[in-house]
Write a protein that binds this ligand. Structure first.
Ligand code: RIB
Ligand code: CA
Length: 345
């Protein structure tokens, strides 16, 4: 049965791949896209979401602008990772015709109150935090929240311990996790522990192009910058596509497994944005998060390819050969080379 979802995102390259996947999945009815400041400033995020909708032939899906800044801290974008246009410097033409109507939280409240609706959050949690403040009843009626963010045993990507979405707005993330605790509900945390294992490699991209040149070339266009970034930053040959895993997991829970735990987000200081996962029960508090720790890259890419390319899984016979090891893709140093010279030496 189709499940109605709102995708809250900060497009962003991997957000864009996630939107493309969501729009290709018959399990999901994308009621609308709400944009939050994150990888890109909100206006740019709205523009990029519309570019993706246009490519997918789905400009019928409404897009709503949300928070322009985090709840408290200064806004820090991630254009160094996603390119000056937030879409891998593909510089796709603007799609005219967007008008500012409802706010993101106004759309969320209206849609959630109209019937069962979940939120797949792919960026900082500012919009959800604002919704909780503005309309706690609407927030409480969200059927389920799946959030790409945080990290448990894996190291961060903005500090040793913090992942970008929760580091960019730690107050917003902390308020949402507190809200889930207050409501006695759990948020599904699709963090770096699992997303780091989902690496789009050159081989996988080449396979995609061979199977569907139209889709494959588009994905190549918007990910080239991202491939370069990953090589410069981590000497990774490929790019980690975080957000599509959150969308895929929403539709197929067998893709990830993890632990239920009380989790809170550090709001400031050295570990700002860290998700403190009480896996041992020190705080004796009920779990407010399902923290996902294991995933199956082959199963993910089967879903990603079959839905995005619209082909049956039997045609994906090469995938097992391209996913080097269950749980591992691409070559990864596991550390940041401080300088190219040092690494070469
Ligand atoms: O840390 C990765 C997350 O931050 C992804 O959602 C990426 O798009 C950025 O928003
Ligand atoms: Ca994102």
């Amino acid at each position: 049965m189709k499940r109605k979802v709102i995708i809250d995102c900060d497009p962003g390259i991997d957000d864009s791949l996630a939107l493309m996947l969501a729009l290709s999945m018959e399990e999901l009815e994308v009621a609308g896209i709400t944009v939050v400041c994150g990888n890109s400033p909100v206006e740019m995020g709205v523009s990029n979401a519309r570019k993706i909708l246009s490519f997918m032939g789905r400009l019928d899906v409404p897009v709503f602008a949300g928070a322009e800044t985090p709840l408290k801290r200064e806004y820090v974008n991630a254009l160094d990772t996603h390119g000056s246009d937030g879409l891998g410097e593909s510089f796709l033409p603007e799609i005219p015709g967007w008008e500012r109507t409802l706010s993101a939280t106004g759309f969320m409240a209206e849609t959630i109150k109209a019937g069962p609706c979940s939120v797949i959050a792919l960026g900082p949690l500012t919009n959800l935090a604002v919704l909780y403040r503005e309309d706690p009843l609407a927030f409480s009626r969200i059927e389920e929240i799946v959030s790409m963010g945080g990290c448990f045993r894996s190291h961060g990507n903005c500090s040793p311990v913090a992942e970008y979405n929760y580091w960019a707005d730690p107050d917003g993330a902390a308020l949402v996790y507190e809200a889930m605790e207050n409501l006695g509900k759990t948020i599904s945390m699709v963090g770096l522990d699992v997303t780091r294992k989902i690496v789009l490699t050159p081989d996988l991209l080449e396979y995609m192009k061979r199977l569907d040149p139209h889709m494959g070339e588009f994905v190549a266009k918007i990910t080239k910058f991202y491939f370069d970034f990953h090589w410069q930053q981590e000497h990774l040959i490929g790019c980690v596509i975080n957000d599509p895993l959150a969308v895929a997991y929403f539709a197929d829970r067998s893709l990830c497994s993890g632990i239920m735990a009380y989790t809170q987000v550090e709001r400031s200081g050295l570990s700002m944005g860290q998700t403190v996962v009480d896996s041992m029960g020190f705080y004796r508090k009920p779990a407010n998060a399902l923290v996902l720790t294991e995933t199956h890259p082959l199963a993910f890419f089967r879903l990603f390819f079959s839905r995005l390319l619209g082909i049956g899984e039997p045609h994906l016979e090469l995938l097992p050969a391209l996913i080097k090891e269950e749980g591992k893709c691409g070559a990864f140093l596991g550390c940041l080379p401080t300088t190219w010279q040092e690494v070469e030496a």
